[in-house]
Ligand binder design. Structure first.
Ligand code: CDP
Length: 239
């Protein structure tokens, strides 16, 4: 959504990378990839490569952040300097603070935080390669890392987006589609209940387009959820 220049991104009903409108980019999931984290997950999603590490419930530092009635869930999203074609300046910035916040808020709704008062559950996300939709990949990986860490949760959150390109509502925008498209709607959803824990929007949808986008996300999230469960099962059948 950074450039308003009109680009042809759909030809003969097919997108630039050959996908159908309702097709997500290829996804690969591996759980338990880090020896020194309590729980971890690695997700490749299109050209995105994201790793998440989970810790806790553990003592809260700084102490003033602790809550006497519940655990706090914190997320730290970071993009590696080499993750994008133009080197990303290392360290936190407004964008990474925003993404960290929306992910921790979304995860807080899934973790049984009332069971662990005065503690913190921490998730660290490292984006190794970025190519549109990293917050969705990061949320999916974070959710898996928490599950791998054995943190009691209501369910697994799937991050998935839909957007609009050349006037068509399509699932999971790729990099060019993200740059030249008309709208993007990243969502965090628990597919078993349909509960939505994250929703942001960039650009414009009509009401009908919005409903269609959400419908595509809801449908796709079920398949991604199955892949997540499979990855967790693989991890625990190997031990
Ligand atoms: O990654 P996501 O779509 O959740 O967030 P965004 O802020 O909409 O960023 C879209 C894409 O822009 C990212 O996935 C990266 O591919 C790219 N980007 C970049 O090239 N350099 C940055 N400093 C930040 C993002």
């Amino acid at each position: 959504m950074i450039d308003m220049e009109e680009r042809i991104m759909i030809e003969n009903g097919t997108r630039l990378d050959g996908r159908r409108f309702d097709e997500v980019r290829p996804i690969k999931i591996e759980v338990g990839v880090l020896r020194n984290a309590v729980g971890s997950a690695y997700v490749e999603w299109g050209k995105n490569k994201v790793i998440a590490a989970a810790f806790g419930p553990r003592e809260v530092h700084p102490r003033h952040q602790q809550s006497p009635i519940k655990a706090i869930v914190r997320c730290n999203y970071n993009m590696a300097a080499f993750s994008v074609p133009d080197r990303k300046r290392p360290g936190p910035d407004r964008r990474s603070s925003e993404i960290s916040k929306v992910i921790s808020d979304a995860l807080t709704g899934q973790v049984f935080v009332e069971r662990f008062p005065r503690t913190a559950v921490d998730v660290f996300v490292e984006v190794l390669e970025a190519s549109a939709g990293t917050r969705c990949v990061a949320l999916t990986a974070s959710s898996l890392a928490l599950a791998d860490a054995g943190i009691p949760m209501r369910g697994l959150l799937v991050g998935c987006a839909a957007g609009k390109i050349n006037g068509e509502v399509v699932l999971d925008l790729g990099k060019e589609e993200d740059n030249y498209g008309e709208a993007d709607l990243p969502v965090g959803i628990e597919p078993m209940t349909g509960e939505i824990s994250l929703m942001q929007m960039d650009g414009h949808f009509t009401r009908e387009e919005f409903d269609k986008a959400l419908g595509l996300i809801t449908e796709a999230s079920k398949g991604i959820h199955e892949m997540m469960i499979e990855a967790l099962k693989r991890r625990y059948s190997e031990v």
